[in-house]
Design a protein around this ligand. Structure first.
Ligand SMILES: [Mn+2]
Length: 337
């Protein structure tokens, strides 16, 4: 095992010295966010700390099995903490309206694996090439020599498995597999976790997926696939916001598609854009950054002001350029040979 980074020593000292800790994460939390939060919360609780897991949005139904004691909830008495730990959250804005509520703290810690992380806290431990925040929390717990119970292992396994697309994405390294193996040794019930996370979609989500499959469009010689999620898609299918997670993966999985895009008007003239890329030369986090967003090379997002049509035009134009650049890079690479 590599030596402990200075930030991690600092983080462990702070956590061990504090009594009340708030563990927070990004809006519309995913498996990595929730799994990392709960794993850290369980570990800190067993050290006798008072821990609040607090997110602006609720825990998605398919992850409730990780939280049988309902740890994910708003603190009842005030919002003053010794430490706030933000997990899997690339920017302060990604905490949503919660950001302003957690400002009453002595220390603010940011642990994340997004390269675009803006290092908004007092202590920032950001490892851009880690597969998931869950991987970082597992490392931290091993360095700290905290006990990894089966419950904690299930949370961390869920975090790593979901954020790597079941060990398919580029950030997945030999270490990722080693960690997943260790987590199984620590008592993960693989069948149980996979049944809950991958085999338990509500019917409404599949109806929403049907809308997407009916309505998506192809552009740029089938290299870009995109679709809009409209309020009527939700009302017709009975789906919730959280059900939209992962729909984009079905569109990206089409052979000629290089980039998949999901557009959604989250408020009047405010459009949330999610992007996925299969080509390492088409960095969608760069495209997201043009619009004030961020993420990873292969998965990114941005919230953009403007009418639906103007946002769509701007994003498609940026993606066309990114595809063109990637083609040029490929050519010069071939010429180098
Ligand atoms: Mn993540």
């Amino acid at each position: 095992m590599t030596s402990i980074p200075e930030e991690v020593n600092h983080i462990l000292r702070i956590l061990e010295d504090s009594k009340t800790i708030c563990v927070t994460g990004h809006v519309l939390p995913d498996g990595d966010c929730i799994g990392s939060q709960l794993a850290l919360a369980y570990a800190l609780k067993s050290l006798g700390k008072k821990v609040y897991c607090w997110n602006v949005d609720e825990i998605p139904d398919k992850l409730v099995f990780l939280d049988p004691e309902s740890c994910m909830r708003k603190p009842r008495n005030g919002c003053s903490f010794d430490v706030v730990v933000s997990l899997d959250c690339a920017s302060f804005e990604r905490l949503g309206p919660l950001g302003d509520k957690i400002l009453n703290h002595k220390q603010f810690i940011n642990i994340d694996h997004h390269e675009s992380n803006t290092r908004y806290a007092d202590i920032n431990w950001v490892v851009g090439n880690a597969s998931s925040t869950g991987e970082l929390i597992f490392q931290l717990m091993q360095w700290a020599r905290w006990e990894v119970t089966p419950k904690i292992a299930a949370c961390l396994f869920t975090a790593i498995s979901t954020d790597t697309g079941s060990f398919q994405y580029r950030g997945t390294t030999p270490e990722t597999f080693e960690m997943a193996g260790k987590l199984l040794e620590f008592g993960v019930d693989l069948e149980d976790v996979c049944e809950e996370v991958y085999q338990s979609y509500p019917i409404a989500r599949i109806k929403l997926l049907r809308q997407v499959l009916n309505n998506f469009k192809l552009a740029e010689d089938n290299k870009i696939a995109y679709y809009w999620l409209k309020p009527s898609d939700y009302s017709r299918s009975g789906a919730e916001r959280e059900d939209s997670e992962g729909l984009i993966d079905h569109i990206r999985a089409i052979a000629p598609v290089v980039v998949a895009v999901q557009f959604e008007e989250s408020a009047p003239e405010v459009v949330r854009v999610c992007m996925r890329s299969k080509n390492p030369n088409v960095d969608v986090s760069e495209v997201a950054r043009l619009f004030g967003g961020g993420g990873h090379r292969g998965a990114s997002g941005a919230t953009i002001q403007g009418t639906r049509l103007s946002v769509q035009r701007k994003v498609m134009k940026a993606l066309r350029l990114a595809l063109k650049e990637a083609r040029k890079q490929k050519k010069s690479f071939q010429n180098d040979k």
